[in-house]
Structure formats: structure tokens, C-alpha cells
Design a protein around this ligand. Structure first.
Ligand code: F6R
Length: 617
């Protein structure tokens, strides 16, 4: 759960590395470091804190040079301090290495290396890897690349690494297993990074390294570039060059104070993009190529198991309701972290759907691997193109939400829900269990979504105003029924992760079984009451809260009077189909969390202890 970026070429490397680190800072922001070759040596500078702290620290240092590696860290082994920050040196500062992932057997390797006379300065698993490579190189008198091969063959765990050496100051070695790594091929230059964001402004030609692959990227003294890829078994591979579709403006804040707000406001477009080409209102059809290509697998599916984590898991719950309602296939939704370790029953006629914005979440990736090993057909719903989960699944649908940089997931959630409803509709169509007029209603409602999201966003000012009142609340309860229940969970997650206010989401009827004891005048209760189904029931839940002096913030449908009358604050959203309502109702929930966090002075884009991409379990 760290970000790595590396460059070799003709340009000055420092600005490239720093810009890259800023783009990758969403992956970890507790310490950062760089290594640049100049004056015949590897020069490492690192700092606890953010990339900006590192920048300030190196402002008076000589950072000239045309090859370098850089890292932004989210600590796993050892606290986030300067010593544990990457890059790490080998014993005599001949090699420098950055790493994303976890070396699980590092303690055993470390003990052995200490016996062989190696000294360690940090508590990290990463330092063990660089020392191991160096030890093998010196003891066996093999080339650096051979030593990297041998060392990585001994390693258990996950890694994306970039290595540079004093002896070959025009060569970078990068490798990956379980953590992502993309190589950019520019004009007489190479870049490598955890994702494509540090690369896109220099080149659109990229190679995604596969599992257990190692690439040697070098520039000859005459400036000629050379890339060689082998795997751990020493088999050579011809690189498959792909074109990046990312555009640079998606990586900037574009005038918004935070990425999170920008991404909330992007939702009319992202929903349009994720539905575009997949529904056709004139012909009243839905076409999801992943479903069409694998029709047989879906038609014979005895059940669907959806796996994901956090917000993606919440989207999965909406998917469960929609698939069961429209396609009448039994669905189970599981936390990927539970699924992977509980020896689940999986049958060859199961379809497993893995949902992940980043496509890199370690638990979800592991769940995909288990499901595949046990013969299930695995379908991915990912945002990041070419990500590990997208590649590990048998087929899938991209969300097309564009890069999501704010750590709190916003536009990815609505895109996930959009794709899941599409999937439910496509399955219902393939099973021939939906009639034309129902299909038309849902497709029409989908077409109207972008405009209705725009309308929901107009409530921003009012939400910002009443958010001020709740800045000092210590607890929040979120309630919903049916399609609103996953939203209650999602609303609570958004608030707690960015404002550090304790919040819980519950199915409204569960309140009586415990949480009602918490309600008093100090407890704001957010009720998502925007659907017609069970309206009377949610109304009585609200009355139960009011009777105990709880304060109600409600999300209601346009034209509502009864819930509004009982609420202290209400936000109206346009009416839509029940299964699409989460896409509209989550807009005010996202804005409420955002404004409370901003009022509290929290760093909404980089909340404490979190990182965007959870590549460790
Ligand atoms: C919450 C959030 C996380 C992620 C979770 C899964 O706002 O962002 O809960 O949803 O870490 O991440 P992905 O979807 O990348 O697998």
C-alpha cells in the first residue's frame, strides 16, 4: 500500500519523481523518499510526513541526475519514521530499492543475513530484500539481474520493486508479484510506477508487468533504450505495449478545493460514461459484453457470490437486491477478507463477482484466486484499467469512472451501482424474465440519471449550511430499508473515515434490537427515506427516534411531506426507480460527510491512517 515511481532517460529526474510522488500520494502518505544517482554515488533523501515535507527537505540538496527512484509509504513494518522510509540501501550503499507489498518471510531471511554478517538499520521487510539481493550478488559473484532473480525466488509475499545500482547507473530493474507495476515507454526514456498517473504526461505507451515478471530498463551510453522482460523461471517475454486512455486533466483538482468534492461533482459524467454504449433507449436494449460473451455461464449459474471490501462491498449489497429482484438468481455478498479465509463452499456453477475500484485490494484479489482455483467463473467490476483484479478475473465490466484520487470513494460507488443494475438487467434479459415495458422503465430511468444527479448536487449549499451544526457531534446513526440499507452503511462509512466522527449504519427496523438505546438529543440520525416501498414503516422508525429527542436529517423524494414534517433537516432528491435511488441518495450523504470534515479542519483527501489502495491484508 505504497506508491513507487522510477525513471531512467535523458531528462532531469527530480521533477519527474516529485510530480509522480504527488500523484501517488493517495496510496500512502506517512513518509516519502527518493534516490538519485549523481557524483558517482546513490544519494538517498527521505523524510517522515508528506511528499511536501520531503520536497522542503531536499530543497538545498544536489538532486541533479537522470536516473532515480522514489517512494511514498503507508507503514506496514515499523513505524512511519525517517529510518523506515524507502528507499533502502544495501550494506555498502551499492544498491537502493523501493518496495510496495509485504515480504512475509522477512524475519527468517533477516536472521540468516545477520548470521552472515549483515547489519540492518530499519525495521522493514524491504531492507531485508535489498540486503538479500546484494548478499547473493556478492557471495555467488553473479550479475545484479541474476541476484534479483534468485532473491525474488526465495521471497514469500507480495512486491512491486524498483532497484538501482551504483555499478550500472543507466539501468533500472523493476519486478512485481501481487502488487501493481506499469512501465511507460517514452522517447529514449522509461518510467515505472504503481499506476499510470505519474507516466501519462510523458507517454501513452505502457506495458503492465505480469505476475513474477522482472524488467531491465536501460539506456545505453549513446542514449538507446532497451527493455528486457523475463519471468522468475527465466523465460523471456515479448512486451505487449498498450495505449493509455487516461487524460491529464482527470489528475488535477480543476479549481475544486479537494479531489473529493471534484469527484462528487463529476458523477453526472461518470454515470453517463459507465452506462454509455451499454443501454439503448430507442431499441430498448441493454448490452454488457461480458455477459453476452459468457451467457452460458450466467444462465447456468446456481448462485452469484459478490465479494469486495468497504464501499465496494456496500455497492455489492445494492447489486444483490437488484440481481435477485430482476434476474431471480440467488446472490450472497461477502467481505473478501472473510471469504478468503473461511474455506467457503464454491461450486463450478457459481459465478463470483469481484468489485474493486482500484482493482488491487489484496483481500479481493485473494478471493478471486480462491474462486478460480475452485472452478467458479469469476467476473470483475473494476475501475482501474489493467489492474490486478481486472486481469485475474475471467471476464468483467469496467466502471469507466476515471481516476478516483480522493481516498474516500465517491464516484466509484455510483458507477459500481450503475454497472450492477446494468448487469441485473442484462441477466434478466438473457433469462427472458423481464417484459419490454419494465425494461423500458428502467432504461429510461438510467438515461435520466445524469440530469437528476445534477439536480441533487444543487443541494450542496444547503447541506454545507446545516453541516455546521453537526461539526461537534460525537456519534451519528444512519438508517435505511431495502435499497436504502446499503446506503445507510455507506453514508456512515463516508462520515467516519473523513471526519473521524463515530457513525453506524443499520437497517431501520434493527434499531429496536439495540441501537435505539443510544438515541437522545445528542444523537443525529440520518434517515434515507426516498423510496415508496416501506414508506410507512420508515415513517414509524422516524417517529420512534423523535420520541426519544433524536435529531433527524432525512433524504427524501421530491414531493415528500410526511417525513419532511418530522425532520429537523431534509434534502430532496428527484424520484427514480428504487434500485437506482442509491445513486441519487448517496450524493447528499457524500456532501454531508465532506462538509462536516471540512468544517472540522480534517484532511478530506488523505484521512489519517488510510490509503486509497489496500494492497496488504
Ligand atoms: C471507502 C473506501 C474503501 C474502499 C475499499 C475497497 O471510502 O474507499 O472502503 O472501498 O478499501 O477498495 P477497492 O474498491 O479499491 O477494492
Amino acid at each position: 500500500m505504497c506508491g513507487i515511481v522510477a525513471y531512467v532517460g535523458k531528462k532531469q529526474v527530480y521533477p519527474i519523481l516529485m510530480k509522480g510522488l504527488h500523484r501517488l500520494e493517495y496510496r500512502g502518505y506517512d513518509s516519502a523518499g527518493i534516490c538519485i544517482y549523481n557524483r558517482n554515488r546513490l544519494n538517498i533523501y527521505k523524510r517522515r510526513g508528506k511528499v511536501a515535507d520531503l520536497e522542503e527537505f531536499v530543497s538545498d540538496k544536489d538532486v541533479s541526475g537522470t536516473i532515480g527512484i522514489a517512494h511514498t509509504r503507508w507503514a506496514t513494518h515499523g513505524e512511519p519514521n525517517q529510518c523506515n522510509a524507502h528507499p533502502h540501501f544495501s550494506q555498502f550503499a551499492d544498491l537502493a530499492l523501493i518496495h510496495n507489498g509485504i515480504i512475509e518471510n522477512y524475519q527468517t531471511l533477516k536472521k540468516e543475513l545477520i548470521k552472515q554478517g549483515r547489519t540492518f538499520y530499519s525495521e522493514t521487510d524491504t531492507e531485508v530484500l535489498v540486503q538479500l539481493i546484494d548478499y547473493i550478488r556478492m557471495k555467488s559473484e553473479v550479475s545484479l539481474i541474476d541476484a534479483v532473480h534468485q532473491a525474488l525466488s526465495q521471497v514469500v509475499g507480495a512486491y512491486a520493486v524498483a532497484i538501482m545500482s551504483k555499478e550500472s547507473p543507466r539501468t533500472l530493474i523493476v519486478a512485481r508479484k501481487g502488487s501493481p507495476l506499469v512501465i511507460g515507454i517514452g522517447k529514449d526514456e522509461f518510467l515505472a510506477a504503481s499506476d499510470a498517473t505519474p507516466i501519462v504526461e510523458y507517454t501513452k505507451d505502457v506495458v503492465y508487468l505480469d505476475e513474477e515478471e522482472i524488467a531491465v530498463l536501460s539506456i545505453s551510453p549513446k542514449g538507446k533504450p532497451k527493455m528486457e522482460i523475463t519471468n522468475l523461471k527465466n523465460v523471456k517475454k515479448v512486451p505487449l505495449i498498450r495505449k493509455l486512455e487516461m487524460n491529464l486533466s482527470a489528475l488535477e483538482k480543476g479549481g475544486y478545493p479537494h479531489f473529493m468534492l471534484k469527484e462528487i461533482y463529476e458523477q453526472p459524467k461518470t454515470i453517463r460514461d459507465s452506462l454509455s454504449g451499454r443501454i439503448n433507449i430507442e431499441r430498448n436494449t441493454v448490452a454488457l459484453s461480458g455477459v453476452i460473451d459468457n451467457k452460458e455461464k450466467f444462465l447456468k449459474a446456481r448462485r452469484i457470490i459478490i465479494v469486495g471490501c468497504g464501499t465496494s462491498w456496500h455497492a455489492g449489497l445494492v447489486g444483490e437486491y437488484a440481481i435477485e429482484e430482476l434476474a431471480r438468481i440467488p446472490v450472497e455478498v461477502e467481505y473478501a477478507s472473510e471469504f478468503r479465509y473461511r474455506d467457503p463452499l464454491i461450486y463450478p456453477d457459481d459465478v463470483v463477482i469481484a468489485i474493486s475500484q482500484s482493482g488491487e485490494t489484496a483481500d479481493t484479489l485473494a478471493a478471486v484466486k480462491i474462486a478460480k482455483q475452485r472452478g467458479a467463473f469469476v467476473y470483475g467490476i473494476c475501475n482501474v484499467v489493467g489492474s490486478s483484479i481486472a486481469r485475474a478475473t475471467d471476464s468483467g465490466s469496467y466502471m469507466h469512472a476515471g481516476p478516483e484520487i480522493g481516498v474516500a470513494s465517491t464516484k466509484a460507488f455510483t458507477a459500481q451501482v450503475g454497472v450492477l443494475v446494468l448487469l441485473a438487467l442484462a441477466l434478466a434479459k438473457e433469462k427472458k424474465i423481464i417484459n419490454g415495458s419494465r425494461m423500458e422503465q428502467i432504461i429510461k430511468a438510467m438515461y435520466e440519471l445524469p440530469g437528476k444527479i445534477e439536480q441533487s448536487l444543487k443541494q450542496n449549499g444547503a447541506i454545507a449550511d446545516f453541516a455546521k451544526i453537526f461539526t461537534y457531534s460525537r456519534n451519528f446513526l444512519y438508517l435505511g430499508r431495502g435499497y436504502s440499507y446499503p446506503l445507510a452503511l455507506e453514508g456512515a462509512l463516508k462520515l467516519k473515515e473523513i471526519s473521524y466522527i463515530h457513525a453506524e449504519g443499520y437497517p431501520a427496523a434493527e434499531m429496536k434490537h439495540g441501537p435505539i438505546a443510544l438515541i437522545d438529543a445528542e444523537m443525529p440520525v440520518v434517515v434515507i427515506a426516498a423510496q415508496k416501498e416501506n414508506y410507512e414503516k420508515i415513517l414509524s422508525n422516524i417517529q420512534e427516534v423523535k420520541a426519544r429527542q433524536g435529531r433527524i436529517i432525512s433524504i427524501v423524494s421530491e414531493g415528500d411531506t410526511e417525513v419532511k414534517a418530522l425532520s429537523d433537516f431534509s434534502v430532496e432528491i428527484p424520484q427514480t426507480e428504487a434500485m437506482l435511488m442509491p445513486i441519487l441518495a448517496c450524493i447528499p450523504l457524500q456532501l454531508l460527510a465532506y462538509h462536516i470534515a471540512v468544517q472540522k479542519g480534517c484532511n478530506v483527501d488523505q484521512p489519517r491512517n488510510l490509503a486509497k489502495s489496500v494492497t496488504v491484508e
